[in-house]
Ligand binder design. Structure first.
Ligand code: SF4
Length: 212
């Protein structure tokens, strides 16, 4: 299963904003973007002083890249999500974001069982998660209303989850999910709506990018 393997802070530096890919570190002075607030690469530092107006294409590309990076999806899979979003009824851009938000790794992050989406992906891949009582280790698994997502009983005593459990009271859950802190489980009450997704993404630009 392909995933991005380079330094993740470069992705925030490229987008020029925090994408919160590293959990606690993102809030600390160690944040890569705070230490080096300019794009990565040999000429990154100089490029911050160039004030060129971005073309429409550049804006569309950045919107698409940002969405891919926030949700940890590579190009081929992202394009497949877009094609599926086009097929579904409703607005393509909203459908796309709803699908991304319904990924199992994103749900685990939203429930507070991981500090970041990349960590949630790893938690799923390592077999610590079950859906409706059955182990699911596919981060792209799309949850459905009525599903119950939980950290598996054997995994709950592990230090990572013990630590997460202590922090749960500080992690709020969106309206489309409900969480039981005791059993480290969550109920999918409904699919998210566009308004439930608080990531600042311009889905219209993504639609324009793929409609060129
Ligand atoms: Fe982005 Fe977090 Fe790295 Fe800061 S620490 S650059 S927010 S991934």
């Amino acid at each position: 299963m392909a995933r991005y393997k380079d330094a993740v802070c470069k992705q925030c530096r490229r987008e020029g904003e925090k994408l919160f890919l590293k959990g606690e570190r993102c809030m600390s002075p160690k944040c890569g973007l705070e230490r080096r607030p300019y794009p990565p690469g040999l000429h990154g530092k100089q490029s911050q002083f160039r004030r060129r107006k971005k073309s429409d294409y550049a804006l569309q590309l950045r919107a698409k890249q940002k969405a891919k990076r926030v949700y940890g999806v590579l190009e081929r899979q992202f394009r497949r999500y877009f094609q599926e979003a086009e097929r579904r009824r409703g607005l393509t851009g909203s459908n796309l974001l709803i699908m991304l938000e319904s990924r199992l790794d994103s749900v685990i992050y939203r429930l507070g069982f991981a500090a970041s989406r990349p960590q949630a992906r790893q938690v799923v891949r390592h077999g610590h998660v079950e859906v409706n009582g059955r182990k699911v280790d596919i981060p792209s698994y799309l949850v459905q209303p009525g599903d119950v997502v939980a950290v598996r009983p054997n995994s709950r005593p592990k230090p990572l989850f013990r630590e997460m459990a202590l922090d749960l009271e500080h992690r709020s859950v969106p309206d489309w999910l409900s969480r039981d802190d005791q059993s480290m489980s969550g109920h999918i009450l409904a699919l998210p709506t566009r308004e439930d997704i608080d990531v600042t993404l311009d889905e219209q630009l993504i639609v324009e990018y793929y409609s060129r």
